[in-house]
Design a protein around this ligand. Structure first.
Ligand code: NAD
Length: 246
């Protein structure tokens, strides 16, 4: 195995931070520095080859500025940034490589790719429906990932003007053409499941991802960290990391 990648973990006391710490060794990484709320974000960063941020939206922009100054590539997992914070982060991508993704699961990113490919190949003879299942505590519905799956379908020519819909035609109960059905189920402690159905007249395709542990995000973030360490300055997605953009 090659020399471990030395990383800074920002938000190390949190759920994702702890998961990142627990699997570092098995992901061929070494934690060179760890920061959380109240710590000086830049301290110890000069020993690190890549910074990984799973903290709070207000911390990311400052960290991105420090990484840009110190020439340290950055992996951003944190979500919920304001427009101003987004601008500041984008500024940093002019001088360092940054991977920025709302979902680091390799499986989910593959599902986005397969969904777009399937909708492109099958076209509007097939009716898309998206179903997601999450634990009873989840506050938003449909999930951000379900919305991203709808975007993957809308990225194809036949569905570029499709309408997202969670209900049915009020009178007939039918699903009108040109709609993407979105269905959210809530119950128990389900970590997260997403299925894309493409219904034809004589067959149907089902693409499913089932998550059982948040480690899938941490392993994806480490994969991004190893990849970003040798990239040129710029903004990258998990699709770039996985080589799915060609
Ligand atoms: P969490 O609340 O368990 O942990 C967040 C940690 O960040 C806490 O330890 C908190 O003290 C720390 N923090 C807060 N302000 C900080 C600051 N200014 N500087 C440094 N650290 C600070 O949350 P979590 O479940 O670990 O998620 C963290 C973030 O990652 C959230 O934005 C979440 O939405 C996102 N997330 C993204 C993915 C993905 O795949 N992109 C997956 C899971 C979670």
């Amino acid at each position: 195995m090659s020399t471990p990648l030395t990383v800074l973990i920002c938000g190390y006391k949190g759920r994702m931070g702890q998961t990142l710490l627990s699997i570092a060794e098995s992901e061929n990484a070494r934690v060179g520095a760890q920061r959380d709320a109240g710590d000086a974000l830049g301290e110890g960063i000069d020993n690190c080859q890549v910074a990984i941020d799973f903290s709070f939206h207000s911390a990311t922009a400052e960290l991105a500025g420090i990484c840009a100054t110190q020439d340290i590539p950055l992996v951003i997992g944190t979500t919920g940034h304001t427009d101003e914070e987004r601008e500041q982060i984008l500024e940093a991508t002019k001088s360092i490589p940054v991977v920025w993704a709302g979902n680091y699961s390799v499986g989910v990113n593959l599902l986005f790719h397969l969904t777009e490919l399937s909708a492109r190949v099958l076209g509007d003879r097939y009716q898309p429906e998206i179903m997601e299942v999450h634990h009873k505590h989840k506050k938003d519905a449909p999930s951000g990932t379900a919305l991203n799956l709808a975007e993957a379908i809308e990225a194809t020519p036949d569905f570029s003007s499709a309408i997202r819909c969670s209900g049915r035609d009020g009178e007939t109960g039918a699903r009108p053409d040109g709609e993407i059905g979105l269905h959210a189920l809530r119950g128990g402690e389900v970590v997260g499941e997403h299925t894309v159905f493409l219904f034809g007249d004589h067959d149907r395709i089902e693409l499913t991802h089932r998550a059982s542990d948040r480690r899938i995000f941490a392993t994806g973030a480490y994969r991004a960290a190893h990849w970003v360490a040798s990239q040129k300055p710029g903004l990258y997605s998990m699709r770039d990391v996985l080589g799915l953009t060609q």
